[in-house]
Write a protein that binds this ligand. Structure first.
Ligand code: CTP
Length: 403
């Protein structure tokens, strides 16, 4: 865990999004960080120091001129005895103070005094975010090396107004903090990767489709693992119920043809990992209208036509990535089928798994794979899909390093 043992000074300023800071504290702590809270007087209008302190399991610092606080810790130590200063929510007012070096309360004084990385999660009304003064302040802060996460587009909590201004979700803020504090090696820095994941949905009519049991867990985990090693990752995902991985550009598609188009648009790349369970066939002529049932009449039959083979297209493309990895979902003759796929699809590596229903792999959380290359077959033990992803990403990095 990247945040394990890290000390985060969390400054909460006064906006309605402060209610999300309570959840943020939990997310940071469950990742192993300790959280020391500072609240502005505005923040205390929205959430109580009691709630913040209870969740953080620490004293809440609120007052620059508190004799007690200054004796115990002091604002300079508060600013320095941490690995990251995180401001969530960051109001327009606090950002304006920061951009101009003002220090008239504890939060702004700490921000002026700190020599630690600073991450802001702005939250404000869309008009305030797009105001020229705020834009100037954001540009100044970015120039000063301050990091930002969000704000996001969406509906505001206090009004039914929509626009850019919502605070990023606590999980995304925690992920941004992790990225900032991550000092692990980045062997894939400067490399671009394309990953496909999930099933495809092939429409029969506007309400029905052909699908499969893929959950997207393995593909999403691989996209995350490549990003953790520093790759610039585009994930093309079919319809899944799991969240977009943090630190990855995710493109959502439904059909195989859309997935192919998104993959080709993302070229050139150094790495392609095609994990999606792409439907081999689609309905030849999907109906524009819902197909109705007419009692007594014949039951409709579905005429299918072949879908584009995305892996094969990439494996034989003029812009073929240096390393092309495919998956092979098999229920029989795993080795020979995977070897044949290596050649047919123009891949460098096939990750083969037995997806017979008894294995519980398709849609499950664990995987037992064989790595098939032209050098041979390597059986990996049963592992969590995240661990398969990490090991595969390391293997990819190593192969690219060797050239
Ligand atoms: N694949 C793809 N496009 C398709 C079908 C498959 O990109 N239209 C990719 C998958 O993402 C996977 C690999 O090809 O990386 C193998 O998928 P699999 O379904 O096992 O193989 P198929 O080519 O469909 O062969 P078969 O169904 O006969 O086993």
């Amino acid at each position: 865990m990247v945040l394990s043992g890290k000390r985060i000074l969390l400054i909460i300023s006064g906006g309605i999004a402060a209610y999300k800071s309570l959840d943020l504290i939990r997310r940071l702590r469950e990742r192993g960080a300790s959280v020391r809270p500072v609240m502005t007087s505005g923040a205390q209008q929205f959430v109580t120091p009691l709630a913040v302190g209870a969740l953080a399991a620490d004293h809440v610092f609120t007052d620059l001129f508190s004799r007690q606080d200054e004796q115990d810790v002091g604002h300079i130590r508060l600013a320095r005895d941490c690995d990251l200063v995180l401001v969530a929510p960051a109001t327009a007012d606090l950002m304006a103070k920061m951009a101009n070096g003002l220090a008239d309360d504890l939060a702004s004084t700490v921000l002026l005094a700190t020599d630690r990385p600073v991450l802001l999660a702005p939250a404000m009304n869309p008009h305030m975010w797009s105001n020229a003064a705020t834009k100037r302040n954001v540009a100044t802060l970015q120039g000063d090396g301050v990091h930002f996460i969000g704000p996001m587009a969406g509906e505001m909590a206090e009004s039914r107004e929509a626009g850019v201004g919502r605070m990023a979700e606590p999980l995304d803020i925690a992920a941004a903090a992790e990225r900032l504090l991550d000092t692990s090696p980045k062997p894939l820095a400067g490399r671009k990767a394309i990953v496909t994941s999930g099933p495809t949905h092939e429409p029969i009519d506007p309400v029905r489709y052909i699908a499969n049991r893929s959950s997207g867990r393995q593909g999403h985990a691989i996209a995350s693992a490549l990003a953790r090693l520093g790759a610039d990752v585009t994930l093309v995902s079919g319809p899944v119920t799991i969240a977009d991985p943090a630190g990855v550009k995710t493109i959502h598609v439904e059909r195989a043809e859309e997935m192919r188009d998104a993959v080709l648009t993302a070229l050139p790349a150094d790495i392609a990992v095609m994990v999606a369970a792409v439907a081999d066939w689609r309905v030849a002529s999907a109906s524009d209208q819902k197909i109705k049932k007419h009692p007594g009449e014949s039951i409709p039959t579905l005429a299918l036509t072949e879908n584009p083979d995305i892996l094969k297209t990439i494996g034989h493309h003029t812009l073929r990535p240096k390393l092309v990895v495919g998956f092979a979902a098999e229920t029989q003759d795993v080795d020979s089928n995977a070897k044949a796929k290596l050649e047919r699809k123009g891949a460098d590596m096939i990750v083969a798994n037995d997806v017979s229903p008894t294995t519980g792999i398709m849609g499950g959380v664990r995987n037992r794979v064989k790595i098939v290359t032209r050098d041979g077959i390597d059986q990996w033990p049963d592992m969590a899909k995240e661990d398969v992803a990490t090991k595969l990403a390391e293997m990819i990095a190593e192969r690219l390093r060797r050239g």
